[in-house]
Design a protein around this ligand. Sequence first.
Ligand code: ZN
Length: 298
Amino acid sequence: MASTNIYQMVTDRIVEQMKASIVPWRQPWVGGSAMAISYTTRKTYSMLNQLLLGKPGEWLTWNQIQAKGGRVNPGAKSRFCVYCKPVEKPQYDLETGEKTADTYLLLKWYRVFHIDDTQGIESLCTPVAPGTSLSPIEQAEKAIEAYLGREVSLRFYNNKKSASAFYSPSRDEVVVPMLSQYALAEEYYSTAFHEFTHSTMHEDRCNRRSESSITRFGDSAYSREELVAEIGSAMICNRLGIEHEKAFKNSAAYIQSWLKALKNDNKMIVWAAKKAEEAARYFLGDTDADVVVAPSTS
Ligand SMILES: [Zn+2]
């Protein structure tokens, strides 16, 4: 029996949403304060699973629903989510024969149902506590200031008229057009966060630079690194409450370009979602990820 290609399954699910004009990483709740969570463990799902599940709120496996005495509504559809399972098997360098690792990670999947598609399961969500009194724009400025304060080698230029935004790895420099060049402040911040996400590729930060020899990262190439910047920027905007409708233009051309790139590389979305989550957390100074790693049996 041919084994299921899980990377293709993941890509197909993302493509399905994009064909319906939904850009999964630009949903306002993805990466924000009301994400998809495990009913049982109360942990949030990984960024990739947020994209796959496509709906915030509590999710349960079939067994968890049965154990709680609940049932699935007739006709309700499950969604799949994924996790990495370490497999104990030595890995060797093909050229030198040297052992490089004792284990490798295998991508696995399982199915979950949204609590809205069940009966007899009581929601454990409590009303959201009042947040900070800072406006999203103030929070965005504070986040940039804090990041630049931690990353002393990184230079940031936003005080000159510029026709483009980019990150230069060789100069460790982020350049964005001036705020006054944008019709809306939200567009300025989403652009800045895109470039700051690129800046986490630096070897002293999240270390993704070996993936590419490109000397300057802007907004045009539909590569894996560009998808990291797109997802990272969306996650940061959502976390800070920058309104996504104003920040992003979901043009048909944008969707078509990503559809093509995703179809050409079925490992792109798995890789980019993981790296984007790391990058966004790094930018926000939030490294204590409390995410679901595997289906809970309880
Ligand atoms: Zn870019």
